[in-house]
Design a protein around this ligand. Structure first.
Ligand code: ADP
Ligand code: MG
Length: 828
């Protein structure tokens, strides 16, 4: 039956993960050693490749630096691994001697420094999703000794207790001055009442409640108000409700923007619940590809990106009476652009109220930007928090986080744990390992309830993190940065902070963008620690040393606008009629180089003409809430009469890499099923199209998905996105046509959007990008990984141990001259 099938799949997935983890958990030294050896080998190959390739060629400054850097890195790692052999340092953390610790610190800062210098060369996180996968692919052979794995897995349980991490208590972060006892009292009292009464009572206990009337007065007196208050004080959930109660929704909606989709959804759900209405009616949310609002909606939570898009349809935001730019301190790209746009419309819409709310105290900057708008401070109620650092740097923070959580669980008084991780894969990994280890310990320890929270978590599961922890159990929340300020989870007493976050990093010279696991800032570290002191005195365990904190972390996170690709934003601004980007009122202007790069690319995509004005193509592209290269691919499909096929591909690409799965006991089957779609070496894009079309032919059958090792949930999402793209095609008056018999037409459409991502095979088996001569490789998940076509066009780059191209299609070089002669005119 379906249930059984699902269960079997889930089990085998878990078993597979277990084995992988068993392998790497078994011995940290061995794992690190292997990893290092692999990295060395790859570096050596790369260096040799490049020496061969560039022999006699004049290298640019950047290329020379790259090669030099690789050589240095190679030497460094080699030296380090020799040292390790001699000193035998990489043992359990408690075996570090004084000297070892110092050496390690040096390494840590060398690594940090290198990270800063190059931004991309070496990843700090040893266990990112890709790497795990690659290793899995590369090391399939070594993973096949099933029975041995079982033994390793059982030894693993011992490891939990052998492996302790030493912390040093460093300081206490002071709490705020308020009456602790009274607080605790009033929490008790609320328990007896009916649910809705209890909810209303809870609302009244939030710090913001005391300031309700003052706040409403301030909003009435000023058009723009900056609001500052500790996370959890009630800004996001309460302020829109207060404004509604005060009548602001009579003449328009209240918009409240969030940098993250999960936050928008979760907060909207909470507010709907507090008001006793159905989500999507009076209270709704709007995120990309999902609009959960109706004609009734008066409180609208939305991502900052969605409000930005609303400007396209309604340049004066006439349907809103209040715009609250929430989480302003996050300084996401869209938030920064919103600042300028709302400031602009507030000048000719005096009735529009503007609230800028932030969780950090440096609100002066916002106030200054908005012509000295008044700052409304909501005093916090934070309890003191003890800060602990590790004695020595931790080589594997994921492992260290898990060990620390278990250590807390067995040694510390009741209170929930919050662990900050960098992304979905890592959270899933941690969840599996934790389950595995606690299962092994059986009844020896109290129950540990594991709650993951990340962007793609299904809505039903998101609610779980807010459920109260049952008596005698302990909850451990595995969260991305979303729990830093966007979501408040009550009852957290212990925070584990590995000190990393996944961030976009962009090199304006090459136009290459990668997601990178990077060290957090001191400001983030303080926010994270603060999460443990909300309902009582807390403890924060930092998985780095006090030295690292002091010397290696920046004070503040660099605003996204200064480290990202601006193509999308420039296209949006241009379509809003904002022409003079150099004089646009940015709070912190982006590097001029990045702006130029974006203009250049939009020009190459024919979205802008030589004067920098929006073309017809550009106007159509701007209608799609997608990366401009994807939008271009869609718009141009009109010419190649394959718009139906192209939007299927675009929808499938938007899902990311969660379409196929590979259960441990059926890897061969899964791989075969997958290869079926690659018959004829059609490339990954066409394979995705085939998957979609075959599913459609079975009338979107769930059974078919199981048989073909495809995730139903991802497919449903793709279908949903595809439907929306079809609607947008209609809007820009492009006919729906299909052309599956002419694969070249489809590939030409793809190339028309992605020609800046072309690469050519080198003798070494690696590829070089045509435009910037970067060395890149085909990702092992590609259907073309064994084929190695001479010319390819790729969807995206992911950086792990190497720079990998993901989703690849073969290309005929003459297409480049046909499609983008202006871009590829010079011969190399
Ligand atoms: P702020 O925006 O100032 O950080 P919030 O308004 O988000 O504060 O949170 C106020 C309170 O509402 C917190 O105690 C938080 O736990 C609670 N809360 C927020 N969202 C939810 C939810 N989805 N489920 C349950 N409680 C929630
Ligand atoms: Mg908030």
């Amino acid at each position: 039956t379906r249930k059984e099938a699902e269960e079997a799949i889930r089990r085998s997935n878990a078993a597979e993960q277990d084995d992988m983890h068993a392998l790497r958990k078994y011995s940290r030294q061995e794992y690190l050693k292997k990893r290092e050896e692999k990295k060395l080998e790859e570096l050596r190959d790369d260096i040799e490749d490049e020496q061969y390739l560039f022999d006699g060629v004049k290298l640019s400054e950047v290329e020379q630096r790259e090669i030099r850097h690789k050589k240095e890195l190679y030497e460094l790692i080699k030296k380090r691994s020799e040292e390790d052999d001699n000193v035998n340092e990489y043992r359990m953390p408690d075996a570090y001697d004084q000297e070892g610790g110092v050496n390690q610190e040096k390494r840590f800062s060398v690594a940090m420094q290198r990270y800063r210098d190059t931004h991309a060369e070496e990843k700090m996180n040893p266990f990112a999703e890709q790497e795990a996968w690659e290793e899995h692919q590369i090391g399939k052979a070594t993973l096949n000794y099933g029975s041995k794995n079982k033994k390793q897995a059982s030894d693993d349980y011992q490891f939990v207790f052998e492996d302790q991490i030493d912390f040093i208590k460093a300081s206490v972060m002071d709490g705020d001055k308020f009456d602790y006892d009274e607080m605790a009292d009033s929490i008790e009292k609320s328990k007896a009442k009916s649910e809705s009464e209890a909810l209303q009572a809870e609302r009244k206990k939030l710090p913001i409640y005391t300031y309700r009337d003052e706040l409403l007065q301030a909003v009435q007196d000023h058009q723009v108000l900056v609001i500052v208050g500790e996370t959890g004080s009630g800004k996001t959930t309460q302020i829109p409700q207060y404004l509604h109660e005060a009548g602001y929704t009579k003449h328009g909606m209240i918009a409240c923007t969030q940098p993250r989709r999960v936050a928008a959804m979760s907060v909207a759900a909470r507010v709907a619940h507090e008001l006793g209405v159905k989500l999507g009616h009076e209270v709704g949310y709007s995120i990309r590809f999902e609009d959960c609002t109706s004609d009734k909606t008066i409180l609208k939570y939305m991502t900052d990106g969605m409000l930005l898009r609303e400007f396209l349809g309604e340049p004066d935001l006439a349907s809103y009476s209040v715009v609250m730019v929430d989480e302003a301190h996050e300084r996401t790209l869209s938030t920064d652009i919103l600042f300028a746009l709302v400031k602009d419309i507030s000048r000719f819409r005096p009735d529009l109220k503007l609230l800028i709310s932030s969780a950090t105290l440096d609100a002066e900057k916002f106030s200054d930007y908005f012509d000295s708008a008044p700052i409304f401070k909501i005093p916090g109620r934070r309890y003191p928090v003890e800060i602990h650092f590790t004695k020595a740097p931790e080589a594997d923070y994921l492992d260290a986080a898990i060990v620390t959580a278990l250590q807390i669980h067995v040694t510390q008084p009741p209170g929930d744990i919050l662990i900050f991780l960098t992304g979905q894969e890592e959270i899933e990994t941690a969840e599996e390992i934790l389950k595995h280890r606690t299962r092994g310990l059986g009844t020896k320890i109290a129950e540990l309830i594991i709650c993951p929270i990340y962007a793609n978590l299904p809505t039903e599961l998101q609610a779980k993190i807010f459920e109260p922890t049952p008596e005698g159990a302990r909850k451990v929340v595995l969260a991305t940065n979303i729990a830093e300020t966007s979501l408040t989870i009550d009852g957290i007493k212990y925070v584990i902070d590995p000190g990393f976050v996944k961030m976009k990093s962009y090199n304006p010279k090459t136009g290459m963008e990668s997601l990178l696991v990077s060290p957090i800032s001191k400001a983030s570290a303080m926010q994270r620690a603060g999460r443990s002191g909300r309902t009582g005195p807390g403890k924060c365990f930092r998985l780095y040393t006090a030295y690292n904190y002091q010397n290696d972390l920046d004070d503040n996170t660099v605003p996204e606008i200064q480290r990202t690709n601006l193509t999308n934003v420039v296209l949006t601004l241009k379509s809003l009629g904002i022409h003079d980007l150099l004089h646009f009122e940015f709070m912190d202007p982006p590097p001029a180089e990045a702006l130029l790069k974006a203009l250049e690319l939009l020009f190459a995509l024919s979205a802008l003409n030589k004067l920098g004005e929006l073309t017809k193509v550009g106007r159509r592209m701007a209608e799609f809430p997608l990366d401009p290269m994807l939008s271009k691919m869609i718009v141009v499909s009109e010419k190649y009469k394959c718009s139906e096929d192209i939007i299927s591909i675009a929808a499938m690409l938007s899902i990311g890499n969660s379409i196929f799965y590979r259960p441990k006991d059926k890897q061969v089957h899964a791989d075969n099923a997958r290869l079926n779609f690659h018959t004829g070496n059609v490339g990954d894009h066409i394979a995705l199209l085939k998957v979609y079309n075959s599913w459609k032919e079975t009338n979107y059958s769930t059974q078919w998905c199981y048989e073909n090792y495809i995730q139903v949930r991802s497919m449903k999402r793709a279908r949903d996105i595809r439907d929306q793209l079809a609607g947008l095609l209609e809007r820009v008056e492009i006919e729906l046509t299909t052309n599956t018999n002419d694969l070249d037409a489809i590939k030409k459409s793809i190339t028309s959007g992605f020609f800046p991502h072309s690469a050519k095979l080198q003798k070494s088996g690696a590829y070089r990008t045509l435009k910037h001569a970067q060395t890149v490789h085909i990702h092992p998940s590609s259907g073309l990984a064994q084929i190695l076509p001479r010319w390819v066009v790729y969807h995206e780059l992911v950086l792990t141990t190497k720079e990998y191209m993901r989703q690849i299609t073969e290309l005929k070089p003459e297409w480049l001259l046909e499609i983008a002669p202006h871009y590829y005119q010079q011969k190399d």
